[in-house]
Ligand binder design. Structure first.
Ligand code: ATP
Ligand code: MG
Length: 335
């Protein structure tokens, strides 16, 4: 194991994981766990920032997400999977960082701006939601993580984190926090099955990792292709064609996809054939995940025990970072 880098990522347990998580981040995490020290955080506190009145939506999905991780190939003997609310140092660091970030700075975060508009909060915007990039900075820095495999919606969060690192290290006069960088996957933003910009739980346009054969068939059948590709013999467009975007993201043989694209653009390759290829590829990708996931149904005690084990391992390291920051700021560390 190479200990030069520490990997941290997280997911909000606001629903089961989907194909966007897989191609945007989870797939990378599965291979990184063999090389580096890796933590994955189930971000239940962050999940509550836009579900304050509906906490069951978050609590009910913690073990669902845990089951998705294991089914997708995260190995709990290699990756420490932990629960955000079980690690008080994260919340304390967050409270300290809030004093060195301005409201104006948080307000111009493009991802947060987008989400606020999308969720239609208007004046009912929860303070916690507005501040979640700061809490995310606390998560990343508490683990001294320096490599973050995320989708491109998270780039503003990484930038914000590095600003906090810079300020805090200046303020304390010591490198108490570590700078970090995003590891973007080649597919850093998978569109929704409806063709909209991003597959996302909140937008209800997902293909779940636990999708049934029928779900996969329905999703692929309903996908948009090129609206001007009327006859098989017509030349078709692959840009903005959701079927090809998914083939690029998921097909194991890029050479074959390149050949299909050339054929489609030239004319002579039908939408039905492209969809069949995509459906086969998704069925092959998701069948083993679905089968492994089924093994965890009714195993909530075992899942909880694994979560506890990972969270225990994370407690010391996050507390050490908090203590270093406190000392740096001149605050007494009593225990
Ligand atoms: P929510 O709508 O509740 O915010 P989400 O679907 O956006 O849910 P998150 O838990 O916010 O999922 O995201 C977890 C991780 O997965 C992040 O690193 C994010 O960048 C990545 N991710 C989520 N959706 C996609 C996507 N469609 N394409 C690529 N990466 C994605
Ligand atoms: Mg999100």
């Amino acid at each position: 194991m190479n200990t030069t880098h520490t990997i941290l990522t997280g997911d909000r347990p606001t629903g089961p994981l989907h194909l966007g998580h897989y191609v945007g981040s989870l797939r990378q995490r599965v291979s990184l766990q063999h090389q580096y020290r890796q933590f994955i955080l189930i971000a239940d506190l962050q999940g509550l920032t836009d579900n304050g009145s509906n906490p069951q939506k978050v609590s009910a999905n913690i073990l669902e997400v845990m089951a998705d991780y294991l089914a997708a190939g995260i190995d709990p003997t290699k990756t420490m999977i932990c629960l955000q609310s079980a690690l008080p140092a994260l919340a304390e660091l967050s409270a300290l960082y809030m004093n060195i970030v301005t409201v104006a700075r948080v307000a111009r975060n493009p991802t947060v701006k987008n989400e606020i508009a999308q969720k239609g909060f208007s004046r009912a915007l929860p303070v916690g939601f507005m501040a979640y990039p700061i809490s995310q900075a606390a998560d990343i820095t508490a683990f001294q993580a320096d490599r973050i495999p995320v989708g491109d919606d998270q780039l503003p969060m990484i930038e914000q984190t590095n600003e906090i690192v810079h300020k805090m290290n200046n303020l304390t006069g010591a490198p108490v926090l570590r700078h970090c960088q995003a590891l973007l996957s080649p597919v850093s933003r998978l569109p929704g099955i409806d063709g909209s910009a991003k597959m996302s739980k909140s937008l209800g346009n997902t293909l779940l990792l636990s999708a049934s054969e029928q779900d996969i068939h329905r999703a692929v059948s309903a996908m948009y292709t090129d609206p001007d590709h009327l006859r098989v013999s017509d030349p078709g467009r692959v840009e903005g064609n959701v079927v090809f975007t998914y083939l690029d993201a998921c097909h194991p043989d890029p050479h074959k996809v390149a050949q299909m694209k050339a054929h489609y653009q030239q004319g002579g390759l039908g939408d039905r054939a492209c969809k069949d290829e995509l459906e086969n590829c998704l069925q092959t990708l998701l069948a083993p995940i679905r089968a492994r996931r089924a093994q965890f149904a009714g195993e909530s005690d075992a899942l909880l025990a694994l979560l506890k084990q990972g969270s225990e391992a994370a407690r010391d390291i996050t507390q050490q970072t908090l203590d270093a920051v406190k000392r740096g700021l001149g605050l007494p560390v009593l225990w």
